[in-house]
Design a protein around this ligand. Structure first.
Ligand code: WTA
Length: 649
C-alpha cells in the first residue's frame, strides 16, 4: 500500500429525510441516531448484548457478549444456544404473522407462488427431514446450486434447521467454478434443479452438476428439483428428485440448538480479484446484523412488501432475501428471471403488481434500466414505493438522481448501503428517517459499527483526505474465517495495520461532515503522475455527461505519467461515438474534475465485461487497455462475447 488517494469528486446536494417519512421511521431524526451511537461508544458490549437479547430467540441465553481474546478470531454470544431457522420461522408461528406472506415469488415465465410463514415452515421441516434421510448431519456441508425459486430458500433454511452448513453457488457459475467450490467446502450433498429460467431460456443447472461431479468423488447425492421439465440425466443411486425425497417426510423437524458461532454458511466471494475465498459466517452474530439493519436501514414495517433483487447466490440475497428479511418478519419478494424479460419494464411491472414498498438493487442495474428509457417505468404505477436502496458499488450521482426522480417519484429516500460478503450486513448506510443524504455517499456508519479512513500507517485522516476504509472494532456479523485457511483470513483482512483494524480493500474519504465516500477498491486506483485517482470518480464525471450511459475507467502503463487513463464508454441509445465526442468527453472530465483526470483514451463500446453479480471485471479491461492478452480466471464472467468484441476492436 502506498501514498494517500486524492479525492476529486465534489457533490454538494443534500436531501433531508422527507418529513412524512421521518415521522413514521424506526429511527427518527439524527438525535436518535446519535443517541444510539453514543450508547455503543459508552458500552460497546452492553449495546450489542441488549440487541441480541431483544432481537433473537435464544434456546439458552448467553452470558458473555464478546470473546476477543484471540484476535482477529471473534466469538460473539458464545455460551448461548439458538437455531437460525427457528428465528426465521418458528418465532412467527405463535403470532399473527403465521399466515403472513413470507415469500412472494414470481417466475420468469410469469408463474407465481406465495408461501406464508406457516407454509414455509412446513416445507422447510420436510426438506430438513429429507436431508437427514440422506445422511446429512449437523456440521456437514451442503452445496446449493439453484435458480431463484422458493426451494432455494427452503434448502438454506432446512440446512440451518439441522445445523448443516450450506454453501450456495450462484446458478450462473460454470461447472468448473461449481466443482472448485464443492471440493473446497467438502460437501457430500448437492441440491440443484433441472434448470431455471433466464432470458427466456433454460439454464441447464443439472448438466453443470453432472460435469462438476465427475471430479467430486465424495458427493453421495444430488437432489434435483423439477422446475422447468427440461430433460436431465439421473444417475442411479446418486441423483434423487426433490419431490421424491420430501414425499412422506414428516412436517415436523426439531430445530437443532447450535452455538451462535456455529458456521451457518460458507460463501465464496465473487472473482473480480484473485482466487475465490470461502467466507465463513456465524449463526447468531450474522443473524443479528441482518435483523437490525432490516429495522434501521430498511425501516421495515409489517405493511411492507420488501424486494431485494439480488440472487441468493450472493451475500445480499442471503441476508436480505432470506435470513435477515425472514427473521425480521418481512414479506420478501423473490424473482427468478432477468430484469428485462420478456420486456424492459419487467422490474417496474413487478413493483406495480406486488405493490412493492421497498426496492433494493445494484447501481449497475439502475444504469442499465435508465439506459432503456423513461418510457418503461412510466408505464407502471410505482406509487407503492416508499424506500429505495442500492448496494454493490458506488452509485454515481447521475444514476442516483434518475433513481430518485423517475423510480422514487422524488419522494423516496435512497439508502446507499456499503457492505461486503465479509461484513454480513450493512456497515455504512443512511438511516432513511434520520440521515440527510448526499447522492453518491454511503453517509455514516450504522450505529454500533466503528469505521474510519486511515493512511498506510493506520493514522486517521482529516476531512477529504482519501485513504483506506477500515472497521476499528469487531462486529457481530463479521466474517469468522476463510474456510480451511485461517491464516489467509488473518493476513488478508487484519494484516495491514498490525492487526488493529479490519481492512477489506476499499478506498474512501470522509468529508467535513464525517460522511463516507467510497472510492472503490484500492486496486482500482490509478496513479497518474504521482496522483492516485479513484476510478469511480472519473466514471462518475463521464456519466454526468448527457450522452453517456455507463463508463468504466482503468489505468494503462504510460512511460511519462506512470499510468494513463483509459475509459470504456457506453453511450445512450441513438448517440454515435465519433472523434468529436471523444474530445467533448475528455474536456468534460477535465472540466468536472480537473485536467489531471482527463482520459488519455476513450473507447466506445456496447457492453462491459462483468461478473455475474454485476461487477465490472477491471482486471480484463486493464489487460485490454494495455494491449495484453487477458490473463487469469474468467470463469465468473457473465458474457464472453463482450470481451471478445472489445478484443477485436
Ligand atoms: C463494493 C456486496 C460503494 C465495495 C454486498 C465492497 C460498494 C464490495 C457499496 C463488496 C456501496 C458494496 N458503495 N461500494 N454502497 N457496496 N460496494 O462482497 O468495493 O459482493 O468492498 O458484497 O462492493 O462486494 P460484495
Amino acid at each position: 500500500m502506498s501514498a494517500e488517494i486524492e479525492s476529486v469528486l465534489h457533490e454538494n446536494r443534500v436531501f433531508d429525510p422527507p418529513a412524512a417519512f421521518a415521522t413514521q421511521a424506526n429511527v427518527r431524526g439524527m438525535d436518535a441516531y446519535r443517541a444510539m451511537v453514543a450508547k455503543a461508544e459508552a458500552d460497546y458490549e452492553g449495546y450489542w448484548g441488549d440487541l441480541a437479547r431483544e432481537h433473537l430467540d435464544w434456546i439458552k441465553p448467553f452470558t458473555r457478549v464478546l470473546n476477543w481474546d484471540h484476535p482477529p478470531f471473534a466469538r460473539w454470544f458464545e455460551d448461548g444456544l439458538l437455531n437460525v431457522a427457528a428465528n426465521c420461522l418458528d418465532r412467527h408461528l405463535t403470532t399473527w404473522r403465521k399466515n403472513k406472506a413470507a415469500i412472494v415469488w414470481e417466475g420468469e415465465p410469469g408463474d407465481t407462488r406465495t408461501l406464508t410463514y406457516q407454509e414455509l415452515h412446513w416445507e422447510t421441516c420436510r426438506f430438513a427431514n429429507a436431508l437427514k434421510g440422506l445422511g446429512v448431519q449437523t456440521g456437514d456441508r451442503v452445496v446449493i446450486y439453484m435458480p431463484m425459486v422458493p426451494e432455494a430458500a427452503i434448502a438454506m433454511l432446512a440446512c440451518a434447521r439441522i445445523g448443516a452448513t450450506h454453501s450456495v453457488v450462484f446458478g450462473g457459475f460454470s461447472a468448473e467454478a461449481l466443482k472448485d467450490r464443492i471440493l473446497d467446502a467438502g460437501a457430500r450433498v448437492v441440491v440443484t434443479a433441472d434448470g431455471g429460467w433466464r432470458r427466456g431460456a433454460v439454464v441447464p443447472l443439472k448438466d453443470f452438476v453432472d460435469e462438476a461431479l465427475t471430479h467430486c468423488p465424495d458427493v453421495r447425492h444430488a437432489v434435483v428439483l423439477k422446475r422447468t421439465g427440461h430433460p436431465v440425466s439421473m444417475t442411479d443411486g446418486r441423483d434423487l428428485w426433490w419431490h421424491d425425497v420430501v414425499a412422506g417426510a414428516p412436517s415436523r423437524c426439531e430445530a437443532v440448538a447450535v452455538s451462535p458461532e456455529h458456521p451457518l454458511f460458507i460463501l465464496y466471494t465473487s472473482g473480480s480479484t484473485g482466487k475465490p475465498k470461502g467466507v465463513v459466517h456465524s449463526s447468531g452474530g450474522y443473524l443479528l446484523g441482518g435483523i437490525v439493519t432490516m429495522q434501521w436501514v430498511f425501516d421495515l414495517k409489517d405493511t411492507d412488501t420488501f424486494w431485494c433483487t439480488a440472487d441468493i447466490g450472493w451475500v445480499t440475497g442471503h441476508t436480505y432475501v432470506v435470513y435477515g428479511a425472514l427473521a425480521a418478519g418481512a414479506t420478501s419478494v423473490m424473482y427468478e428471471g432477468a430484469p428485462t424479460t420478456p420486456h424492459a419494464g419487467r422490474f417496474w411491472e413487478l413493483v406495480e403488481k406486488h405493490k412493492v414498498t421497498t426496492f433494493y438493487t445494484a447501481p449497475t442495474a439502475i444504469r442499465a434500466l435508465n439506459k432503456l428509457g423513461d418510457e418503461w417505468p412510466a408505464k407502471y404505477d410505482l406509487s407503492s414505493l416508499r424506500l429505495l436502496g442500492t448496494v454493490g458499488e458506488p452509485i454515481n450521482p447521475e444514476a442516483w438522481m434518475w433513481y430518485h426522480k423517475v423510480i422514487g417519484g422524488g419522494t423516496c429516500p435512497i439508502v446507499d448501503t456499503w457492505w461486503q460478503t465479509e461484513t454480513g450486513s450493512h456497515l455504512i448506510s443512511p438511516l432513511p428517517g434520520a440521515t440527510p443524504i448526499k447522492p453518491g455517499s454511503a453517509t455514516l456508519a450504522v450505529p454500533g459499527i466503528f469505521a474510519d479512513v486511515v493512511n498506510d500507517q493506520g493514522k486517521s485522516l482529516g476531512p477529504d483526505q482519501g485513504g483506506y476504509l477500515v472497521i476499528t472494532k469487531p462486529w457481530p456479523s463479521m466474517i469468522r474465517t476463510v474456510h480451511g485457511d485461517p491464516e489467509r483470513y488473518k493476513q488478508n483482512y487484519w494484516g495491514h495495520f498490525g492487526g488493529r483494524y479490519y481492512f477489506a480493500g476499499d478506498g474512501a474519504r470522509k468529508d467535513k461532515d464525517g460522511y463516507f465516500w467510497i472510492m472503490g477498491r484500492v486496486d482500482d486506483v490509478i496513479n497518474v503522475a504521482g496522483h492516485r485517482l479513484g476510478t469511480m470518480e472519473i466514471e462518475s464525471a463521464l456519466v454526468s455527461h448527457g450522452k453517456v450511459a455507463e463508463a468504466a475507467v482503468v489505468g494503462f502503463p504510460d512511460d511519462i505519467k506512470g499510468e494513463g487513463i483509459f475509459a470504456f464508454v457506453i453511450l445512450h441509445r441513438g448517440v454515435t461515438g465519433d472523434d468529436a465526442l471523444v474530445k467533448v468527453l475528455r474536456d468534460h472530465v477535465a472540466h468536472e474534475i480537473g485536467a489531471i483526470a482527463r482520459p488519455d483514451r476513450i473507447r466506445f463500446t456496447e457492453g462491459l465485461p462483468k461478473t455475474r453479480s454485476g461487477k465490472i471485471m477491471r482486471r480484463l479491461l486493464r489487460d485490454i487497455a494495455a494491449g495484453r492478452d487477458t490473463q487469469g480466471d474468467i470463469s465468473t464472467l457473465e458474457d464472453q462475447k463482450t470481451l471478445e468484441s472489445l478484443r477485436e476492436d
